[in-house]
Ligand binder design. Structure first.
Ligand code: R5P
Length: 299
């Protein structure tokens, strides 16, 4: 076992403290101060010289504050010469802005360049929006929450007496194909369909019609993010219109802006399952799975 010290900044306090106590290692002490003009000063109060440091910080809303806090903190640690720094970014903000259209910036690449400059040894995240392209020079690991979803839904479907042949795993867009496949692998004999999504305008999602006959089928939609809920609401409506008996949703990151929960349940979704990559208060009907075991496997 390495000589770890685990640090939490503002985003994942509960998770970081659980990682430290599971590893039986100290949770480092952090001091955060603000100057009169709002500028932040953040530093470690724990000595990290020659230690293997683990930082856990999602760059979730407010993404800029969390990213900047992280960058300053990494710099403060490096001044103390730790042996290594592993950075877990459970939810990687700006990861959806990775294909620049119409003179837009490649915001994700900008964030990756900044993190490369910050100079940690390894960056780990969960279900990155588009894991196909290499944006970071730093050693990078994209972890999958599929094993959590498989374990959880195996129990749910077993209790329902559902046979895998009556289960359809659904990718709500082509970008979600790999994530849906990862879950499909846990349900031998089930089927996968990939829907075609388009966005008539930002923050609005619609799907093209599908010819699949889903009469009597249970659908499990797999997505990386629930934000406005538009993608899942549109997908659920389409699946119902094709005869789906019931619809479950599993999405890794509960970004959840503008309280879409009611609309999601009204669209006929039976259960919504997310993970705790983002720590926030969620509707009590949303089931939250814990990524802690997947983090511990990496340490
Ligand atoms: C988009 O391609 C992503 O995979 C998610 O489907 C999307 O970010 C979800 O956003 P919303 O809930 O706003 O539709």
């Amino acid at each position: 076992m390495k000589d770890y010290i685990v640090f939490s900044l503002s985003a994942n306090k509960k998770l970081a403290s659980e990682v430290a106590s599971s590893l039986k290692v100290p949770l480092g002490e952090v001091e955060v101060k603000h100057f009169a003009d709002g500028e932040v000063l953040v530093k470690s109060l724990t000595d990290v010289k020659n230690k293997d440091v683990v930082i856990i910080q999602s760059t979730s809303d407010p993404s800029f504050d969390r990213l900047f806090e992280l960058l300053l903190f990494i710099n403060s640690l490096k001044n103390q010469n730790p042996k290594s720094i592993s950075l877990f970014i459970p939810y990687f903000g700006y990861s959806r802005q990775e294909v620049p259209y119409n003179n837009e910036p490649n915001s994700f690449q900008v964030v990756c360049d900044i993190l490369d400059t910050a100079g940690v040894d390894k960056i780990l995240t969960f279900d990155l929006h588009n894991p196909d392209e290499e944006h970071l020079k730093t050693e990078f690991v994209n972890l999958h929450s599929a094993p959590l979803f498989i374990d959880y839904f195996k129990k749910v479907f077993e209790e329902e007496g559902l046979a895998n042949k009556d289960l359809v795993i659904v990718a709500p867009d082509h970008g979600g194909n790999l994530r849906a496949h990862n879950v499909l692998n846990g349900f031998d004999g089930s089927q996968l369909i990939v829907l075609t999504k388009y966005r008539p305008e930002p923050n609005s999602a619609e799907h093209l019609q599908t010819s699949e006959d889903l009469t009597g089928k249970t659908c499990l939609i797999i997505d990386d993010i629930i934000d406005t809920g538009g993608t899942l609401i549109s997908a659920a409506k389409l699946l119902h219109s094709r005869g789906a008996k019931e619809i479950f949703v599993a999405a890794t990151h509960a970004v959840i802006s503008n309280n879409p929960e009611n609309k999601l349940f009204e669209s006929g979704v039976k259960q919504i399952v997310v993970t705790n990559t983002i720590e926030k208060d969620l509707d009590e009907d949303i089931k939250v799975l814990d990524i802690l075991p997947l983090i511990l496997e990496q340490l």
